[in-house]
Design a protein around this ligand. Sequence first.
Ligand code: GAR
Length: 203
Amino acid sequence: MVETNAESSPLPSLAVLISGRGSNMMAIADACERGELPAHIALVISNRPDAKGLEHAQDKGLTTDVIDHKAYASRQLFDQALHDRLCKAQPRWIVLAGFMRILTPEFVNQWEGKILNIHPSLLPKHPGLDTHKKAIESGDTEAGASVHIVTPELDAGPVIAQVRVPVLNDDTAETLGKRVLAKEHQLFIDALKICLSRDSAGR
Ligand code: GAR
């Protein structure tokens, strides 16, 4: 674990889970830093030791940890390790920002109503992987991203916010994915703002 000497904050805390590049995590960290998002990132966890996002988080002075899924014999054991680590951090929100692991129902139920995920499609359309390819192959005229509360069923929880982009005639999964990603960052910040303001209002 790489720990910082960041003082504990009175703001609601976020644990951000990543598996790769971490551009959504960085957008959230920047929004916290400039005060747009009234929260602080207590911890960034990656299930991959080589995730690029870990370096970016450390450069920003965030506390990071790796829970390598390959070190666990089952999904249940990995989720137990994740649960134990999160129990120590006690975040208000667990933010799945490009976290590419399916969580067990047991884990999700233990953190019910506290896990947010960003998914690169207009849910309920195209849950799972290869969302941009699916949107193009289905002849969709619009694609986008959704932020939703995580429930035991994959990509099926209540949607908090969505962003839409047109699908262009010459789009490939890659070009469409880039255009959607460019919109994901603000979407995630806006969705977190909604969740935090609901918290403050006691809803
Ligand atoms: C984002 O496009 C996010 O929507 C997607 O992974 C990417 C992570 O990018 N998440 C999923 O597909 C989850 N099912 P990032 O690491 O640069 O934030």
